[in-house]
Every structure is written in structure tokens, then in C-alpha cells.
Design a protein around this ligand. Structure first.
Ligand code: MN
Length: 211
């Protein structure tokens, strides 16, 4: 009887709610077309990103990770928990970087830093495009700022990201095939080239300026 009561109690107090939730897409699914189609966004957000969040809930249920933020999990975990937490975080960051009405070029301190280090915004883009083209398999190309205030282009396999390397992420390019295969098939370089038209430099400036 006692055991039954305890079981019932556990069943009712066990949180049925999900610890981690899928952040909604910050714009309409059809609003990044033609560079990123509605179909791509429906799959990329509602299927792929949702799957990472669901898997993370499954893997962390009843563990100390369930009480952590995604950032804390990224710092402290490895293996499948890291992969799914980082992919959830990376995708939130990536979708928030794109906009239906993007600011098309950086200004101010960020522009200065880019010009100092890379010569021009176009040269930075060319280096990031080259990194995206040469990243073997699945992963992300990031623009990040290190502790010395230096900008870095990071080519990260799979779910890896700048947080894992103690750097501040500024811009993410998703080069997993699921990010572009519906619209561009195998033409990753074309997909990345088009993506620049949807990258919102206002967002990147805000991150760089620490807002
Ligand atoms: Mn993706």
C-alpha cells in the first residue's frame, strides 16, 4: 500500500512539462524567401531543431542537466547531451541572425574591427565562404570574438560552437545539408552566398557591442 501510494505520488509529481522548449521562429516561415524557402524553414525549425530539443528533454530528464541553461550544459556536458544542447542553442542563434528586413552592412566598432583584421567586409565574407565550402561533413562556420577582443572565423564540426572555446559567438552559418538541401541540393556555396542577403548585421553589431 505504501509502495503504491509512493508510486502514485511520484507519477503525479514527476514533471510532465518539458524542461527545454523550442523557441518559435522569430519571423514567418515564408519571410526569408527566396534565399531560404518556407519548406526549408518548416523542416529546419519544426523538424530538425525540434528534434534536438525533444532529444535533449529525453536525455536530461531526471538528471542535474534538467536544471541547467543550454549554455551551462554546453560548457559541462559531452556526447549526446552536448550535441543536442548545442544544436538547440546553435539553431536559436542562427535563426535570430536572419531577418526578413536585414541591415545589409555593419557600421561603427564592428565595421572598424572587421576592416582592421580582414581588410573589408567583403574579404571577411570571402573567408567565411571559403571556410563553409571546405568544412568536411556537417558543422558550422562562426564569426566569434575571443577574450582579447580579436575576431576569429571558426570552422566547427557537428554541434561545436564558440561557447565551447570560451569565445563570444557573433554570427553563425549552418552548413549541415539539412540547412540547404531542399533549396540548393548539393550547392552549398550557392546557399551560403544567398544567405548573406538574409544575415542581419544589426544583430551582429548588438552582440559585438555587448547589448
Ligand atoms: Mn541546422
Amino acid at each position: 500500500m505504501k509502495l503504491l501510494l509512493l508510486t502514485l505520488l511520484l507519477m503525479t509529481t514527476e514533471p510532465a512539462t518539458k524542461t527545454f522548449t523550442l523557441e518559435p521562429l522569430p519571423y514567418g516561415y515564408d519571410m526569408l524567401a527566396p534565399e531560404v524557402s518556407e519548406e526549408t524553414l518548416r523542416y529546419h525549425h519544426d523538424k530538425h531543431t525540434a528534434a534536438y530539443v525533444n532529444k535533449l528533454n529525453e536525455l536530461t530528464a531526471g538528471t542535474p542537466y534538467a536544471k541547467m541553461t543550454l549554455e551551462e550544459i554546453i560548457e559541462k556536458s559531452d556526447g549526446a547531451i552536448f550535441n543536442n544542447a548545442a544544436q538547440a542553442w546553435n539553431h536559436n542563434f542562427y535563426f535570430a541572425t536572419l531577418s526578413p528586413a536585414p541591415k545589409t552592412a555593419p557600421e561603427g566598432a564592428l565595421l572598424e574591427a572587421i576592416t582592421d583584421q580582414y581588410g573589408s567586409v567583403e574579404k571577411l565574407k570571402a573567408q567565411m565562404n571559403a571556410a563553409a565550402a571546405s568544412l568536411f561533413g556537417s558543422g558550422w562556420v562562426w564569426l566569434a570574438e575571443d577574450n582579447d577582443g580579436k575576431l576569429n572565423i571558426l570552422s566547427c564540426p557537428n554541434a561545436d560552437n564558440p561557447l565551447r572555446h570560451g569565445q563570444k559567438p557573433l554570427l553563425a552559418i549552418d552548413v549541415w545539408e539539412h540547412a540547404y538541401y531542399i533549396d540548393y541540393r548539393n550547392a552549398r556555396a550557392d546557399a551560403v552566398q544567398a544567405l548573406w542577403k538574409r544575415i542581419d548585421w544589426k544583430k551582429i553589431e548588438e552582440r559585438y557591442n555587448g547589448k
